[in-house]
Design a protein around this ligand. Structure first.
Ligand code: NAP
Length: 243
């Protein structure tokens, strides 16, 4: 069976997704910065699943290297999943151009740059899937994380347009909008248990949604309804709230 490329593969969600796809018979390319940190994980996964796991060093912010990075994949993947993201420090980013730029580039512009390269190849080939991990934070700007949220909103809009463009070529585009997930990104945060998913749960949802050819996935599923309520609050009221 053909291979899957996972970008930002050191993320807890990405690792759970890697396990899910390898278990279902796919070879993997795991791309991350300092990718050697994934060596033990990759070896274990290869032994458990008998699938090929290839590690690729990559930094999404190295825009000039993205074309070569994709060209270096010997066999082009059937699908790509981007888990790259950076929550950043909202308060710092309100004052620091560097932190603000890092949030916007890591969550949006750099991801788009690479997905454009891959989308063009998949379109030419007439097959494949692109799964982008966005966030419910992109559904409405909140004062606590609106720089991250605005980059995710842009990513969501990008994936929507890409899906529209690639529909006729048979390339599937899935937008994933997780709510809270217990990972390195949310370490130390006081998260509400009932609304918080484990990475393994998200991975199963992502795999199932991609296999079913879905367009948009909220995970946990309840977030679809949470966000329907949050986005329906009138702006005059929302600006007085601290959510
Ligand atoms: N956890 C949540 O509650 C939650 C909710 C909604 C959406 N999400 C999204 O889910 C995705 C996975 O997040 P996570 O929760 O698993 O957190 P995470 O572990 O922080 O994952 C983010 C990944 O992005 C990688 N990354 C950041 N900058 C990069 C760069 N310049 N080049 C290459 N990789 C880079 C990180 O690499 P390093 O390991 O090298 O730092 C990390 O592996 C992200 O897109 C996140 O925005 C998470």
């Amino acid at each position: 069976m053909s291979s899957i490329l996972i970008l930002g593969a050191k993320s807890d969600i990405a690792k759970a997704i890697a396990i899910e796809y390898a278990t279902h018979g796919h070879d993997l390319y795991l791309a991350a910065r300092n990718v050697e940190a994934l060596a033990d994980f990759a070896t274990d996964l290869q032994i458990k699943t008998q699938k090929k796991v290839v590690l690729k060093e990559f930094d999404i912010l190295d825009l000039d290297k993205q074309q070569n990075f994709y060209a270096s994949l010997e066999e082009k993947p059937e699908g790509v999943i981007s888990a790259v993201g950076y929550l950043g420090d909202q308060l710092k980013a309100q004052k620091s151009q560097g932190e603000c730029g890092l949030i916007l580039a890591t969550n949006y512009t750099a991801v788009v740059n690479l997905l454009n390269i891959i989308a063009n190849d998949f379109e030419r080939r007439g097959s494949g899937f692109i799964t982008g991990i966005s966030s419910v934070a992109g559904d409405r700007g909140r004062k606590s994380n609106y720089l991250y949220g605005s980059a995710k909103a842009a990513l969501t809009a990008y994936l929507s347009g890409l899906r529209n463009r690639l529909f006729d070529s048979g390339v599937q585009v899935l937008t994933v909008k997780p709510g809270f997930v217990r990972t390195k990104m949310t370490e130390g945060m006081d998260l509400p248990g009932k609304l918080t998913a484990q990475p393994e749960e998200v991975a199963k949802d992502v795999y199932a949604a991609q296999q079913k050819g879905k367009d948009i996935l909220y995970t946990k599923w309840v977030w679809r309804y949470v966000m329907a309520i949050i986005t329906s609050i009138p702006e005059w009221m929302f600006k007085k709230m601290s959510i």
